[in-house]
Design a protein around this ligand. Structure first.
Ligand code: ADP
Length: 150
């Protein structure tokens, strides 16, 4: 059984994240979506809401589980017996940051990082862009996965 962790802040979970998760399921038997948080920065309430929202997106998909974690992603992956970390790449800026992270994780564990490039039409979608739209009163629903249609 090949298990992978898809870590992120997912604040909120977007159609870009969903696309990466759906595509990762073609490669792996089980995907654990891990919401990384810092106990000093996040409020427990928003994290549990985020877990509920993401679970609703994948309702009925038994190969996906959703959990929050604190600390290093490699430790979270090890606890679940996952040998892989999935990350999405949108642009060169992502690559530079992500390579550093992947190299660090490879130096301290035998967990492999697998990169999936963003679909061109979703490359501009980010959680921060969605938050910006929402905080200015815009409807951002088309960037958020439709829970009902799954
Ligand atoms: P983090 O704070 O760890 O970067 P994010 O929630 O912003 O967490 O992103 C989680 C992962 O999803 C990252 O690998 C990021 O590159 C990827 N990602 C975010 N948006 C998209 C998108 N539109 N297309 C593909 N990958 C994406």
């Amino acid at each position: 059984m090949r298990k992978a962790v898809f870590p992120g802040s997912f604040n909120p979970f977007t159609i870009g994240h969903k696309d990466i998760a759906d595509r990762a399921l073609k490669i792996f038997d089980h995907l654990i979506i891990g919401i990384g948080y810092n106990i000093h920065k996040s409020s427990g309430d928003t994290i549990s809401d985020r877990i509920k929202e993401i679970k609703a997106v994948f309702d009925g998909e038994e190969r996906i589980s959703v959990e929050a974690y604190e600390g290093l992603t490699v430790d979270f992956a090890r606890r679940h017996g996952a040998g892989f970390i999935i990350r999405g790449l949108r642009e060169v800026k992502d690559f530079e940051y992500e390579r550093n992270l992947a190299d660090t994780n490879a130096a301290i564990s035998d967990i492999e990082t697998v990169f999936l490039t963003a679909r061109p039409e979703l490359g501009f979608v980010s959680s921060s862009m969605v938050r910006e739209l929402l905080s200015n009163g815009y409807d951002a629903s088309r960037f958020i996965p439709n829970k009902v249609n799954r």
